[in-house]
Design a protein around this ligand. Structure first.
Ligand code: NAD
Ligand code: GLY
Length: 366
């Protein structure tokens, strides 16, 4: 069992990572004590969806029973990004109010990033803020969305536009959950894993190159090490910059390019991780054109990304002009200047508005 502490003063919390966190919890005094300290004599509400519930709800309930919770309720939402909205958020509030949950209740998110973001936002709002625990079940959620306290729902006019920062009290990462994850979702999560090496840690990138076959085979110990390193990096960044005024923006490497692809194609055609994968290659190509990194570096990055079956170019029928126009709508545009996360080397990235339009046009016209 691995553990990491996210250091945020009084809001610090542990992340536990194991192949079978739940099965081992009763033997592991650290997990069960921490869980009990949070859940004992509390009313718990588990929020999940109709794909994850048949797979993992029973074991989650068993863990709650072991912790002597006073009452357990469950809300099962429909599965999908299209349900990450105020209407479905209200179903969580309905359950809390109907069952007369008070401020000392605790919510538990059992699912991928959609369930994690919605449950976290419900916890941030209910009675001006209650506790919640993240139990992420996708690779993306285990390495990114369950850590760091970004919570939100979508609005018809924009993704994740209604939200807040609200840190969980505990994150339980059970890597065996990934055995039922569709291959395409696993690969999309690998894009986020590779992202950490590219933006922060060259030696982690090299480790990923060396261990790519073991990762593809989901070898438990290798998977645990990869997830642990991602969570360590995210914890380090969030501890320095919880509300994204500085280095947290680096976590968006590849995202300006990626969001343009997602928006242009219509959400749901490419998975977020797939768009970010192609976006990260484009960020490296932009740096190469600016003389910041060599072609050899671009080739290395492209090779690792494509080894996981991820795209490394924008969609074929997507023109450079369309892409550039969509990128100009990015949240990071300031005074008409496009600000990008660009690499100066593998493991070293900066936020910059120095990329000339001519360079971007060249990269995007390929
Ligand atoms: P998701 O939550 O939609 O999960 C993907 C699919 O996998 C769903 O169909 C889900 O039901 C299914 N699934 C989940 N776990 C499974 C399992 N173990 N076995 C089988 N199927 C399983 O998508 P995601 O990629 O986890 O998360 C994407 C969401 O996360 C987006 O809404 C995005 O905005 C958000 N996000 C948030 C942050 C953050 O910092 N808060 C960061 C990145 C992404
Ligand atoms: N996923 C980016 C962040 O948490 O800041």
């Amino acid at each position: 069992m691995e553990s990491i502490l996210v250091q945020l003063d009084s809001r610090s919390y542990s992340i536990f990572i194991d192949q079978q966190v739940f099965a081992n919890a009763s033997n592991n005094t650290q997990i069960i004590n921490e869980f009990k300290a949070l859940a004992q004599d509390k009313k718990l509400l588990i929020v999940t969806n109709d794909t994850v519930a048949p797979l993992y709800l029973e074991q989650t309930k068993t863990l709650c029973q072991q912790s002597n919770a006073s009452h357990i309720e469950v809300v099962v939402l429909p599965d999908g990004e299209q349900f990450k909205d105020m209407t479905h958020l209200n179903r969580i509030f309905d359950a809390l109010l109907e069952k007369q949950y008070a401020r000392d209740c605790m919510l538990m998110a059992l699912g991928g990033g959609v369930i994690g973001d919605m449950t976290g936002f419900a916890a941030a709002c209910y009675q001006r803020g209650v506790d919640f625990i993240q139990i992420p079940t996708t690779l993306l959620a285990q390495v990114d969305s369950s850590v760091g306290g970004k919570t939100a729902v979508n609005h018809t006019l924009g993704k994740n536009m209604i939200g807040s920062f609200h840190q969980p009290k505990l994150v339980l990462i059970n890597t065996d959950f990934l055995n039922t994850l569709p291959d395409r979702e696993f690969a999309a999560g690998m894009a986020e894993v590779i992202k950490y090496g590219l933006l922060w840690d060259q030696s982690f990138f090299e480790w990923l190159e060396l261990n790519q076959e073991a990762l593809k085979a989901k070898q438990p110990q290798v998977l645990i090490q990869a997830i642990k390193r991602c969570c360590e990096i995210k914890a380090e960044i969030v501890a320095q910059d919880e509300t994204e005024r500085g280095c947290r923006a680096l976590l968006n490497l590849g995202h300006t390019f990626g969001h343009a692809i997602e928006t242009g194609l219509g959400y749901g055609n490419w998975l977020h991780g797939e768009a970010v994968a192609a976006g990260m290659v484009m960020a490296f190509q932009t740096s190469q054109e600016m003389g910041w990194v060599s072609q050899q570096v671009v080739d290395r990055v492209t090779a690792l990304i494509s080894a996981f079956g991820l795209p490394t170019t924008k969609p074929e029928d997507f023109s450079g002009e369309t892409m550039l126009a969509l990128m100009q709508r990015d949240k990071k545009v300031q005074d008409g200047q496009l600000r990008l996360i660009l690499p100066q080397a593998i493991g070293n990235t900066v936020v910059t508005s120095q990329a000339p339009q001519s360079v971007l046009s060249k990269v995007l016209s390929v």
